[in-house]
Design a protein around this ligand. Sequence first.
Ligand code: NAD
Length: 269
Amino acid sequence: MKVGVVGCAGRMGQMLVREVIKTEGCELSGGTEQPKNKALGIDAAIYSGLPECGHTISEDSEKLFAKSDIVIDFTLPAATLMHLNYAEQHETSLILGTTGHNQNALEAIVKASENITIVKAMNFSIGVNALFALTEKLSSMLDASFDIEVLEMHHKHKLDAPSGTAIALGEAAAKGRSVYLDDVSVRGRDGISDARKKGEIGFASLRGGEVVGDHSIIFASESERIELTHKAGSRGIFSRGAVVAALWTKDKSPGLYNMQDVLGLNKGS
Ligand code: NAD
């Protein structure tokens, strides 16, 4: 499978280049960066700390989509529409790890998935996807006398808040209670002077240092509390998951899939 990596000089991009190169059944087809990036013109593997692979980092995304079976995108939400466009034009599958999309972009992703295979996940780690399944189950077992709060901490460079994973945890909890997250979600309580309302799902975000990603979901009643926590030790869990997802798409029909589909966690649900 010929796999391209857009944004290949980023924190995730470099991990993805290394993962693609070391994975049997995958061949790196190239990597791109945005104009003026200092990595342009440098060999993609060398930039990621490996021996030369012969693909210099280019800003020509369309060319990369044209020569790839699948492209992995962990970049910026602003790049997604362009990448969807090239993927459709060249019938290239897409692994979408970028977070922070607005409603317009989310609708464009759904539309493009009528013609191409897309795996989109807020979090590509196996452990976090197991946590989503556990959260939905636990939430279905507890009534609204348990208040649900989601707490996340990430490195100081992260641009979006709350994290995509925190939102997905909230969605899993809302699904377990058969409600819509948008109807019950409270994003930060600064400036709110009212007491917490029953049934709310609250979010809090911390930023600092080089924390890869910590997420907790807390179910608190008046006299007991259940907390589920996942701590990411390395970005390798995301790049590994993204490449597993890329291989999984082989022979899949066009559609919008998630990591739960890839891992078989949606079976029977
Ligand atoms: P980063 O800033 O280190 O890397 C992003 C890279 O994309 C940069 O090198 C940037 O120059 C490049 N880029 C931006 N626009 C581009 C374009 N149009 N064409 C080519 N390259 C472009 O960020 P990061 O920490 O690697 O995270 C990237 C994204 O992945 C974020 O949205 C983050 O939230 C998300 N992320 C998702 C998961 C997951 O499992 N889904 C895990 C980690 C990070």
